[in-house]
Design a protein around this ligand. Structure first.
Ligand code: NAX
Length: 325
């Protein structure tokens, strides 16, 4: 039998994890032959709830679930891990300013960065889901100096998937037909869903759809505000779709994308003049457990304007947490 992969998941008592954990245990990340051990982190007051989730995991009798760890100690959670999903974060509460939210989360990710540095395998693949995801991931990396920064990423895949479905339904395509589409920047309303290079069945997606106004005035804002629309309709924020996007992100990173583009927020190397060190949504191609940034693209004026807006916001967020970097 294969040695189990150890996967840390933070915020394990929360609603995204209530969807995520069952899919990981089913084999949706590493595949149908790879046993997994779930190392679940949450706050002390949430551990009873985590134990309840573990009881339900047990009741699924998943053949691949080789063990669970429940803890409120980040070092215990990250010991010897192969992968980590950083889902837990501090939600915005009444009267909280954006800056307060940033610094409350910065503190969480500072502590978790130090624990990751101490305890994780050096090739552990990490994705931050908890908001503000990009900046949280940047802080995690800054506080894990002996851990490879390339292995710390943030999730922008939900936005990517949201756009794919809108395009496919507008153009009567299958979601899998669409290639070379990307969501750039921050996982926030400034994100830039960019169809400039997108193709389907050998044609430009923009030509197939043939409606630039729809793209700019409907598609872009619809993707950017989809989270709010879900809250409005469901009375709770996206959970199963967020869990699914986190699985897609990690699955593709581990198994590769066969030359296809996917959107991942990864550390900026200065490519496309995006300031180094920011965690920024980019087109990547995954192969052999690594991602490669898509290089050599040229931007038109609209793209430049949209990029400046979302990258500018990431710089502002970095400024707000500069004391923890
Ligand atoms: P919940 O509030 O249901 O769960 C969050 C869990 O995190 C709670 O159990 C809480 O106790 C735990 N937690 C808080 N601080 C912690 C700490 N320091 N260490 C460990 N656990 C901690 O939120 P849920 O709906 O599951 O969402 C989780 C996060 O995902 C939120 O920040 C949310 O904004 C973010 N999202 C990110 C998305 C993305 O695309 N990047 C989309 C979905 C989602 O909105």
């Amino acid at each position: 039998a294969q040695t189990p992969k150890r996967i840390a998941v933070t915020g394990a008592a929360g609603q995204i994890c209530y969807a995520l954990l069952f899919r990981i245990a089913k084999g949706d990340v590493y595949g149908p032959d790879q046993p997994v051990i779930l190392q679940l982190l949450d706050l002390p007051q949430a551990l009873d709830a985590v134990r309840g989730v573990v009881m339900e995991l047990e009741d699924c009798a998943f053949p691949l679930l080789a063990g669970t760890v429940v803890t409120d100690d980040p070092v215990t959670a990250f010991t010897d891990i192969d992968a980590a999903f950083f889902v837990g974060s501090r939600p915005r509460t009444k009267g909280m300013e954006r800056r307060d939210l940033l610094s409350a989360n910065a503190e969480i990710f500072r502590v978790q960065g130090e624990a990751l540095d101490k305890a994780a395998k050096r090739d552990a693949q990490c994705v931050v889901v908890g908001n503000p995801a990009n900046t949280n991931a940047m802080i995690l990396a800054a506080n894990a100096p002996n851990f490879p920064t390339e292995n710390i990423t943030a999730m922008i895949r939900l936005d990517h998937n949201r756009a794919l479905t809108q395009f496919a339904s507008k153009a009567d395509l299958h979601v899998d037909d669409i290639e070379r589409f990307v969501v750039w920047g921050n996982h926030s309303p400034t994100m830039f869903a960019d169809w400039t290079e997108a193709e389907a069945k050998g044609r430009k997606l923009s030509e197939i759809i043939g409606d630039e106004t729809w793209y700019r005035e409907t598609l872009i804002p619809q993707v950017a505000t989809r989270g709010a629309a879900i809250i409005e309709a469901r009375g709770a924020s996206s959970a199963a779709s967020a869990a699914n996007a986190a699985i897609d992100h990690m699955y593709d990173w581990i198994h590769g994308t066969d030359g296809k583009w996917v959107s991942m927020a990864v550390p900026s190397t200065g490519l496309y003049d995006i300031p180094e060190g920011l965690m920024v949504g980019l087109p990547v191609i995954c192969k052999d457990g690594h991602y490669e940034r898509v290089e050599g693209l040229e931007f038109n004026d609209f793209q430049k304007e949209m990029m400046a807006r979302t990258v500018g916001e990431l710089e502002e967020e970095r400024e707000a947490v500069s004391d923890l970097l």
